[in-house]
Write a protein that binds this ligand. Sequence first.
Ligand SMILES: Nc1nc2c(c(=O)[nH]1)N[C@H]1C(S)=C(S)[C@@H](COP(=O)(O)OP(=O)(O)OC[C@H]3O[C@@H](n4cnc5c(=O)[nH]c(N)nc54)[C@H](O)[C@@H]3O)O[C@H]1N2
Ligand SMILES: Nc1nc2c(c(=O)[nH]1)N[C@H]1C(S)=C(S)[C@@H](COP(=O)(O)OP(=O)(O)OC[C@H]3O[C@@H](n4cnc5c(=O)[nH]c(N)nc54)[C@H](O)[C@@H]3O)O[C@H]1N2
Ligand code: SF4
Ligand SMILES: [Mo]
Length: 677
Amino acid sequence: MSETITTYCRMCLDECCIDVNVNDGKITDIKGNKDHPWSEGRICVKGKAAKDWIYSQDRIKKPLKKTSNGWEEISLERAIDEIAEKMNKLKEKYGAQSMSVWKGEATGFAQQEEYVRRFCHAFGTPNYFSCDSICFSSVYMAYCLVEGTRPTPDFENSKYIVIWGINPTYTHINMAARIKKARENGAKLVVIDPRKTITASSADLHVQIKPGTDGALALGIINLIIQNNWYDKDFVHKYTKGFDKLKNYAQKFTPDYVKEETGVLEDILYSIARDFYLNSPSSLNHSGNGIEHHENGVNNTRLIACIGALCGCIDKMGGELLMRGMGSRALTLYDEIPLEDIKPIGADEYPLLYKYRKECNSMLAVETILSGNPYDIKGMIVTASNPVLTNPNSNKVKKALEKLELLVVRDLFMTQTAKLADYILPAASFLERSELVLHSTIKRVGLRKRILRYEDCQDEYEFLESLSKKLGIKEYFSWDNEDDVNKWILKGTTVSYDELNESKLGIKYGEIEYKKYEEEPFNTPSGKIEFVSEQLKDLGYSELPEYKSPSYNDLSYKDYPYVLITGARKFYHVQSRKDTMPDYLKEKIVSEVEIHPKDAEILKLKDKDFIRVTSRIGSIEMPVKIVAQTDILPGVIQITHGWDSSNANLITDDLTNDNLSGFPNLRSLAVNIEKVD
Ligand SMILES: Nc1nc2c(c(=O)[nH]1)N[C@H]1C(S)=C(S)[C@@H](COP(=O)(O)OP(=O)(O)OC[C@H]3O[C@@H](n4cnc5c(=O)[nH]c(N)nc54)[C@H](O)[C@@H]3O)O[C@H]1N2
Ligand SMILES: Nc1nc2c(c(=O)[nH]1)N[C@H]1C(S)=C(S)[C@@H](COP(=O)(O)OP(=O)(O)OC[C@H]3O[C@@H](n4cnc5c(=O)[nH]c(N)nc54)[C@H](O)[C@@H]3O)O[C@H]1N2
Ligand code: SF4
Ligand SMILES: [Mo]
């Protein structure tokens, strides 16, 4: 029997709508669905390759237990029994907080994340860790501080789009398509990036900024906007707080100062400030990982947020929209079982990360496991993550995970992290589970369909439900299956589960509403947009989004004269999911250091020669790729992370962090380079 099932890809976070052809229970082809308004038929090589990825011979399909004779296959029931018994023992001996869960990027956010958060609180531990300690939370916090939530850029209706440290052509193909449409309608695109990415090379303006200095550029723009009276006085007067303080602070960021700090010339600075104003309120800013992974990431993002607010681009067509959610029910148990008195790891050090994201800091997870301070963490379940390759300071991460009394890893493959586990549980892929899929930009909800089933490969819900049964906390996982959870989540929304289940392309749950601030306050303590933040002041931070020059400029780093960016994405794989891709994609994924021709000349390097890159944390050796003159700034090098053989995170620093979010510096790292003979 042959059928086509419409569902959503989750090889990356873009969740394109796909048509999956199934022949006698086997997937034969995956195509983009042309009718879905989110992805309009778009599908990338990774989505197409999902079929081969799922049927990979290397996939783990049976639970494995580490024994003195190596890995032993055991039954699922026995594995869950033993894990539950060990967890209960840890609880008895060290307290429930000694157990933790670490959730990664691959299962996504929303529902899968909430299962895990629910489980932690049901068990009695506040220690939920995730890849969000180094992704998204920082930009989210920054926007929460300024305007109460992170806005959604209204790309399609925009006239002036400034994107900072993001490369959507590779990383968010549906965003790239929306930007393209806007440009067809006359919008201008500015890309701010130290590297000439594929997105930058087609932009109207590429601003090649020095890594980590975006805050200084934003302040230069703010200064010009204010000095030239290019801001929306009425909006600023009615809806914002702290304008005078921001104005005074920004005065120092003259074009000369900005040029010195960022490398951006005065006429470029001037043209961005002027054109942003001239096109307002249909102008917008949007930023990606390139802004987050620095010691000053939160304040730099706050400053970018201030530009849109000054020009009154908030919640207006073509600007930065503050979207209302679907009103669905949350699976978390924060009200029922708060646990804040147990000191979630990192909540003292990064109170706002915990306030806004209920996220325990993953760098401090590693620190706590090793030090036993403020208490012991002895057990961890890692799901959909490979922190040995993706968290900074890999040797330390490895050492910490090895120290645990219980490490359970749920994955589809034998990853570098799985190798350290006591138990590996085979996980269901995105085509083997059912869940709600939100495309909040277009206010649409869809249903991911369960298409395949491998007996022992549990989805997140099945796993946590079966574990909770053995742990005596089954009452918190009382739904029969994920379909029932989906129904529960939707209750109280305008979307009926039955309708959703029958619809092929999901359901629109609302219309975009503009200028909601005219009727309701911003979701900040003052109810206004906050250029300065009293809650930060109360917590002992500066109230202003102050700019801090990157530490690679400090004298103490004089022996590390180059600046390393890590993690710029490639098209053919996601994060550390590289060795598990089918061979025809693996071939295209090479590990290399991008380097400017001038720097290559100084070191007498040819393409593919090996260099040693050394930071304060350690060294790695890998081949160079000499890029074109304009592709990267001289003195800056780039290594994409996720390779086992030359793992960039062996040299990234887990404890040089943004003081507000705890995010590590992954993109303005002082390093030295030498030729390897
Ligand atoms: N140096 C440096 N490090 C970085 C970054 C950087 O820019 N520079 N970027 C950071 C960012 S933004 C992120 S988000 C993190 C991501 O870091 P991680 O969360 O570690 O993400 P992945 O490396 O993609 O690992 C995901 C794992 O989940 C498995 N998997 C796939 N599908 C499923 C599933 O359905 N269920 C389960 N249980 N497992 C599944 C995959 O096989 C893979 O092993 O990395 C960060 N690390
Ligand atoms: N193909 C593919 N798609 C992905 C992923 C993947 O691994 N592969 N990962 C997914 C995930 S989890 C995430 S979080 C997103 C990330 O999506 P993006 O944010 O687009 O990711 P990157 O390519 O890491 O970073 C964008 C740019 O930031 C620039 N940059 C570095 N430092 C600075 C700086 O100081 N200032 C400025 N202005 N720019 C800087 C880099 O040169 C890079 O070109 O992508 C998602 N989509
Ligand atoms: S961009 Fe590619 S990998 Fe990401 S969801 Fe779409 S098809 Fe899948
Ligand atoms: Mo990410």
